[in-house]
Design a protein around this ligand. Structure first.
Ligand SMILES: Nc1ncnc2c1ncn2[C@@H]1O[C@H](COP(=O)(O)OP(=O)(O)OP(=O)(O)O)[C@@H](O)[C@H]1O
Ligand SMILES: [Mg+2]
Length: 320
């Protein structure tokens, strides 16, 4: 069955430790909580595919997980969200990636510690049947390409090339390397960009990919490398969209106090992919994405706080 979206990218576990930590270091030894921990299916595409399914889209994910209880947890969580998990491979004798977020001391986004997976993030080889299944979709999206060196410049580029041959819309949110790498990061992704229609990145990533400072300059360089559309997410500020000769900025939509911004970028991507499939004008696509992301930052974690279409639309009417 043709899906709306096929998604390629890493899945891992996020452990979110949430509560109020002591304000002074001297209070730490006597601090006895309270703090709560939740475990979620995450990774560069875990929240995105959950969000896409919540929007009612047919979404298939192709990825690797370990053949152990953590791998099963990821698969079960996504299945419950309505994601087609038949493209997830269980790799024996490997360990899942785990991100631990200690949201007790004002930190709202990046993990405190991270355990890298010991398996390849997504398959490195595909049968003809697997390629046909993956590309039986209206959009092919990849998240987290820059995270793992072993997946640069190889089979993923070939799959994107084939997707373009078949007239499928291709989208990429490369994220960032999970190790120290000097800019420009472009050298790790220059080969795939000619086959990308829509590129998502945040402002830090845009600067590091291009080794440029001003965002319009970054966008110009990225557009020159292949994608017809470049979107630069700017956190609490909003997001800008750049196309040859056209640009537009949407301010972030603030819907309450910031709890954490985990999964905000993924929610934004999911919103924009949904809106692209509806063929809406650019301004409406960006507003939809910013409202969707705006909801997720007002609660703990990613997909659990992702809104319904009705909730997004009820906010959008106030902006039109
Ligand atoms: N504090 C905030 N208040 C309201 N909206 C926000 C806030 N932070 C982020 N957003 C919304 O989420 C979008 C994406 O956030 P961000 O720029 O952090 O993406 P990202 O860096 O790709 O995120 P991620 O860490 O999930 O990959 C922003 O463009 C904005 O619309
Ligand atoms: Mg991001």
């Amino acid at each position: 069955m043709t899906r709306d979206i096929s998604v390629l990218g890493p899945l891992n576990i996020d452990l979110l430790i949430v509560g109020e930590g002591p304000k002074e270091l001297s209070d730490l030894p006597s601090w006895d909580g309270p703090a709560e921990m939740t475990m979620t299916a995450a990774g560069s595409v875990g929240y995105t595919v959950g969000d896409l399914a919540k929007l009612g889209l047919g979404v298939r994910v192709v990825s690797n997980v370990p053949d152990d209880p953590l791998g099963l947890f990821i698969i079960d969580s996504l299945k419950r969200d309505g994601v087609d998990i038949s493209g997830i491979q269980k790799i024996p004798d490997t360990e899942a990636g785990i991100g631990v977020y200690m949201l007790l001391f004002g930190s709202r986004k990046r993990p405190l510690v991270y355990r890298l997976p010991t398996h390849s993030a997504w398959p490195e080889e595909y049968s003809e049947t697997a390629v046909n299944k993956l590309l039986d979709a209206r959009i092919l999206h990849c998240g987290g390409l820059l995270h793992f060196k072993d997946l640069w410049c190889g089979v993923t580029t070939e799959i994107f090339r084939e997707a373009k041959n078949r007239g499928i819309t291709t989208t990429l949110d490369p994220q960032f390397p999970l190790f120290i790498m000097e800019p420009p990061w472009m050298r790790a992704m220059g080969d795939i960009l000619p086959y990308v229609d829509i590129l998502f990145c945040d402002e830090t990533e845009a600067r590091n990919i291009t080794d440029r400072e001003s965002l319009p300059e970054c966008a110009e360089m990225l557009l020159d490398s292949g994608p017809g559309t470049v979107i630069i997410k700017q956190g609490a500020e909003g997001a800008g969209i750049y196309m040859n000769g056209q640009g537009y900025f949407q301010k972030a939509v603030h819907l309450g106090d910031l709890v954490d911004s985990i999964g905000a970028g993924d929610a934004f991507d999911a919103g924009f992919l949904y809106a692209t499939l509806q063929d809406w004008p650019l301004e409406k696509r960006l507003l939809f994405s910013c409202v969707a992301a705006g909801f997720t930052v007002t609660g703990v974690g990613g997909t659990d706080t992702f809104p319904t279409i009705e909730e997004i639309e009820s906010v959008m009417v106030k902006y039109s």
